[in-house]
Design a protein around this ligand. Sequence first.
Ligand SMILES: Cc1cc2nc3c(=O)[nH]c(=O)nc-3n(C[C@H](O)[C@H](O)[C@H](O)COP(=O)(O)OP(=O)(O)OC[C@H]3O[C@@H](n4cnc5c(N)ncnc54)[C@H](O)[C@@H]3O)c2cc1C
Length: 375
Amino acid sequence: MSELHTTDAVVIGAGAVGLAISRALALRGLETFILEKNAYFGMETSSRNSEVIHAGIYYPKGSLKARLCVEGRRLLYDFCASHGVGHRRLGKLIVAGQTDQGAQIEKLLQAAADNGVTDLKRLSRAEIAALEPELSATEGLFSPSTGIVDSHQYMLALLGDAEGAGAHLVRGATVKSIARTGGGYRLTVGNEGETMSLECRILINSAGLWAQAVAGLIDGLDKAFVPPLFLAKGSYVTLAGRNPFRHLVYPVPEPGGLGVHLTLDMGGGARFGPNVEWLEGSDPAAIDYTVAPAAPELFAPLIARYWPAVSAAMLSPGYSGVRPKTVGPMDPNADFRIEGPQVHGLPGLVNLFGIESPGLTSSLAIAARVAELAA
Ligand SMILES: Cc1cc2nc3c(=O)[nH]c(=O)nc-3n(C[C@H](O)[C@H](O)[C@H](O)COP(=O)(O)OP(=O)(O)OC[C@H]3O[C@@H](n4cnc5c(N)ncnc54)[C@H](O)[C@@H]3O)c2cc1C
């Protein structure tokens, strides 16, 4: 059976970013359908991350990551407070383990200042010991505006707002084809054994790891506007037993990621990760999210650089997530790619590629930008 619905906007993907965009469009009075191929929202990268509200320290000056993280962080704290979403402004320590990392600390301070993050405090070895007695570090930084958020509660609240403003979430809905019509797009969608056709003026591709695959379905989109996809897996290990830390703890960053760091969850539990493991191939359907049984042995020496008391026996394999990268391991980190008609020439279409960290923190600011581009 085939039904035809006409709507103002369709958002493909119900992760944190897709839900934030749907909310923004619905609150602007646009009838919005959210299509999600899985049985529930937020089952992919949005529930496989560190749940850290980043301050905006690391990203190159003027980049989308820098601007949207700083803006998104403010919006996210306000949203969590006004919607009763679990979050805690714990603060984070960035620690240098070796004396020759002082230059990197200096660089981070400068990068943060360039991005408008002016609340970082430089810490001596003694000050670090006073905050977190079990840490070993030569010096470090304290970021008071870094925190954690319950990402599931956050997505539920976004969906609540979106549905309250008239948006419809269609679960188990896989987009099969996207044709152009005179005024926009016609999507063929498989849903519970049936086929549905949806016509819309505004089309948002917020499909995370699948954004390149979805873009490949869009009739008339020049392939030059679809970047390559590289997959970089990040695994976590969980700490069994007593957690001695009250703050998030990060080493100075490593290529491809922020280093194996300590994050705390809303219940006070501790996990370490993610590492950076570049996967073969670029098919998201082939991802194996299993964490290697040997992960505790691999992670323990990395963690021991800043927490000497750790041992592999205190750690168990946790969960993993995969970063949707648009550049490979040998290239410098790429920026978010949020591309509207000004870039690719197709009216009403916005593609989002490479929405890795800090995508969760930035989601409300990304949503505002996408709503503007689509209009
Ligand atoms: C290891 C790791 C750690 C991270 N840590 C942090 C952090 O601490 N702080 C932070 O700010 N960010 C972090 N991030 C980044 C953050 O998790 C992501 O930027 C964010 O979750 C991306 O959300 P999304 O909605 O774009 O993607 P997703 O959550 O992946 O959602 C995309 C959705 O699209 C759906 N979809 C795909 N194809 C189709 C289709 N054809 N039809 C219908 N639906 C489709 C998928 O099923 C999925 O639900 C981390 C990421 C990783 C991998």
